[in-house]
Design a protein around this ligand. Structure first.
Ligand code: CUA
Length: 312
């Protein structure tokens, strides 16, 4: 939501407070600029050199006036100090439950590393409603990470960690900049912050973790939930919509056309990609299962088969 004509929308939990202080300083400066400019011009005209008889009387000081112009600015700067210090501490003390993401800057790209080892290039993917702690370092020169809508900016240094945190309020995609001149491609050192609902973020994280290095059975188990196999196929032998996976591998089943089939790798594969080819007796025919042709990659089909074989 963009409520300001001067600043980008405020998307972190502390951005609105940051803006309030900013506008307070801004409008106070405008006010005093106008007041002082007016007085300078006004006095210059009023007390300009005139005829002798217009000379003012000579006086050395005015105590009430001096107290006023000392005490009022003192109060104003103390307000700024307390307000600014409070917000500064809030922005710099990381909440204990923060999700830690490591930030690596290099000429000229960002990388974000998650606790489970997932590395995201250029995009900082993060959940909404949860504080995120960035543990940042550079592998070459000085960079600086800046997310304007979060009002968050901090230098990223080689040989040292710098720490920053924020919590996103809304789901969205926001710009992320390098804001320290770091070489000829500095202006291209851009990224996006993608904020998601907590559940979507968890999905993204586990999905991104499904590299080729994940063992097949483990991948299959994740896919079983992620592709919603679990909506129709139980693991405990109970019949939901489709047959349970419990003990299914190796079984001989009677089909709707009266023939029989052994549930082997080829049958399982065929049933995922072309569920109508051989429907087991007692289940709706045509099958209510959608095809996973083009949805599952070969390795994912392998993974599900290996997983199903473990459900005995
Ligand atoms: Cu990195 Cu500028």
């Amino acid at each position: 939501m963009n409520t300001s004509w001067m600043l980008p929308s405020a998307e972190s939990t502390f951005a609105a407070d940051f803006d309030a202080l900013y506008y307070f300083i801004y409008y106070m400066s405008v006010f005093f600029f106008a007041l002082i400019t007016f007085l300078v011009v006004f006095f210059a005209l009023k007390y300009r050199r005139g005829k002798e008889k217009k000379l003012t009387t000579d006086f050395s000081h005015n105590l009430p006036l001096e107290v006023v112009w000392t005490v009022i600015p003192f109060i104003l700067v103390m307000i700024l100090f307390v307000w600014g210090f409070r917000d500064y501490m809030r922005m710099h003390i990381v909440p204990k439950d923060a999700l830690e993401i490591k930030v690596k800057a290099r000429q000229w790209a960002w990388a974000f590393e998650y606790p489970n080892g997932v590395i995201s290039d250029a995009d900082l993917v993060m959940p909404v409603g949860k504080p995120v702690k960035l543990l940042m370092s550079s592998s070459d020169v000085l960079h600086s990470l800046f997310v304007p809508v979060f009002r968050a900016k901090l230098d990223v240094l080689p040989n040292r960690y710098t720490i920053m945190w924020f919590e996103a309020k809304n789901v969205g995609t926001y710009d992320l900049y390098c804001t320290e001149y770091c070489g000829k491609e500095h202006s291209g050192m851009l990224g996006k912050v993608k904020t998601m609902a907590a559940a979507d973020f968890e999905n993204w994280l586990s999905e991104s973790a499904m590299g080729d290095d994940v063992p097949l059975v483990e991948l299959g188990e994740k896919l079983y939930k992620k592709k919603a196999c679990n909506a129709c196929h139980s693991l405990d032998g109970s019949k939901v919509v489709g047959p349970s996976f419990k003990g299914i591998a190796g079984k001989t089943e009677r089909l709707t056309d009266g023939s029989s089939v052994t549930v082997d790798e080829n049958y399982l594969r065929e049933s995922m990609l072309n569920p109508n080819a051989k429907v087991v007796e007692g289940f709706p025919s045509p099958s209510s299962m959608p095809t996973f042709q083009g949805v599952l990659k070969d390795r994912e089909v392998d993974a599900l088969i290996e997983y199903i074989k473990t459900i005995q």
